[in-house]
Write a protein that binds this ligand. Structure first.
Ligand code: ZN
Length: 115
């Protein structure tokens, strides 16, 4: 069953992929690599790719994204990309807010694969 969080990820991922190789090219390499890691972590949340079953473990993509967003250069980049072109809805106009709400919902509803 698909939840709200997955719908948000489905909306934000194409947007981030458009920024990647476009607006993101203006970022310094270190920040650009963090941006790419953020995209990968969002996909891991979407497909529930996890390596351990402890909640809030540092190996979880949610934890990694939270660490990435501490970087002002990355969070400012996500925050300033508010343009509504490409036909993206209001929901993805602020990428940073969408990502933060995905993390919040995901943390609350982590499901771990049974062994
Ligand atoms: Zn872990």
């Amino acid at each position: 069953m698909r939840c709200r969080k997955d719908k948000k990820i489905d909306k934000i991922l194409p947007y981030l992929l458009i920024l990647n190789g476009n607006d993101a090219s203006s970022l310094k390499k270190e920040t650009r690599l963090k941006f790419e890691k953020l995209i990968i972590c969002l996909m891991k949340i979407k497909y529930n790719i996890r390596y351990c079953s402890s909640k809030f473990c540092k190996c979880h993509p949610e934890t990694i994204i939270n660490e990435l967003l501490i970087d002002d250069k990355l969070s400012n980049f996500l925050n300033k990309n508010n343009h509504g072109e490409f036909g993206f809805s209001v929901e993805v106009k602020n990428a940073l807010e969408v990502i933060k709400s995905v993390i919040k919902e995901s943390d609350e509803s982590i499901t771990i694969y049974d062994d």
